[in-house]
Design a protein around this ligand. Structure first.
Ligand SMILES: C[S@@+](CC[C@H](N)C(=O)[O-])C[C@H]1O[C@@H](n2cnc3c(N)ncnc32)[C@H](O)[C@@H]1O
Length: 284
């Protein structure tokens, strides 16, 4: 498939999402954290932080806090990979909405198999391919400027597919229809996502502020299960990671890479209007 901006970006909204990530080149949160070990994440973290990173000499405090935030983000990616099931070196995986590619590289390191990542940001695709080249895995880990709603990859070609914090940019019915097409029978789908709480009602103010900040459209929790059920994806694990991610946001709020959105996440999680969820489903 020839990929051009015109056939990858299909709406003014997708163009604005791509522009956001293309213009987000000097973002200190993701670059400084990724520089710790060359694994570049664009997602949040889980687990308790070590409070001692906030003590000690002021001159090295920032570096310690950054390394700790990065450790929690890597722990989040590990939780996602833990749920991909029995992946063999001969399997092929798809990282849908792959950012700067850290998750795909980690999957290749763990399973030794081929991984394709797709992003609608040409800048991110180039950055991620460069990382794969530097690590000497570009024959196994490849990033593509493609739309995850229409990747062009073969049907039933994937043992597992995941979205790490990238479902809030798309219609879930369209997304899961495409995943279902690409997954083989018995294949695994995993997402980690923020979603709003149907029980407390519609989008809270804090959730709306997060949408506005990231140009995204956070879905209600129920939407995930409706769209999975409509697309032959049967949930196997549903894990509420909300309490596990709060410490990350508390540390980030005290860090040199705070962007100002930290308080909205903390408010939304603490008031119960927003969850941080892992859902793993089997393709039947
Ligand atoms: C918050 S980042 C997550 C990146 C990555 N999954 C990670 O965990 O580091 C969201 C990603 O979704 C991608 N994205 C948004 N809409 C997309 C679409 N329709 N097709 C492919 N990628 C998309 C963006 O380009 C960006 O890379």
């Amino acid at each position: 498939m020839t990929t051009t901006t015109a056939n990858v970006l299909r709406s003014a909204y997708q163009e604005s999402v791509a522009a956001y990530w293309n213009n987000n080149r000097q973002d200190s949160v993701n670059l400084l954290l990724g520089d710790v070990d060359g694994i570049y994440h664009h997602h949040y973290g889980v687990g308790d932080y070590d409070p001692s990173v906030l003590d000690g000499p002021a001159g090295t405090r920032d570096d310690r806090v950054i390394a700790e935030l990065h450790r929690l983000e890597t722990a989040q990616a590990d939780v996602l990979l833990d749920h991909l099931g029995d992946v063999r070196p001969t399997d092929r995986l798809l990282d849908a909405g792959s950012g700067r590619g850290g998750g795909s590289v980690m999957a290749n390191m763990r399973f030794g198999c081929e991984v394709d990542g797709v992003s609608i940001s040409e800048y991110q695709v180039e950055f991620a391919n460069e990382q794969a080249r530097k690590r000497g895995v570009s024959d196994q880990v490849r990033f593509h400027f493609r739309n995850m709603l229409d990747t062009g990859f073969d049907g039933a070609s994937r043992k597992a597919i995941w979205n790490n914090e990238s479902t809030m940019y798309v219609d879930l019915f369209e997304l899961f229809a495409e995943h279902s097409r690409q997954l083989r029978f018995g294949g695994r789908y995993v997402t980690i996502t923020g979603c709003y709480n149907d029980v407390t009602g519609g989008r809270s103010k804090a959730v709306s502020r997060i949408d506005e900040h990231y140009t995204c459209n956070i879905h209600p929790r129920s939407a995930y299960f409706k769209a999975m059920a409509a697309n032959r994806l049967v949930p196997m694990h549903v894990i509420d990671l909300t309490s596990a991610t709060i410490p990350y946001w508390e540390l980030r709020a005290k860090s040199p890479v705070a962007t100002g959105i930290e308080e909205s996440f903390l408010t939304a999680y603490r008031e119960g209007s927003f969850h941080y969820l892992l859902i793993a489903a089997d393709r039947v």
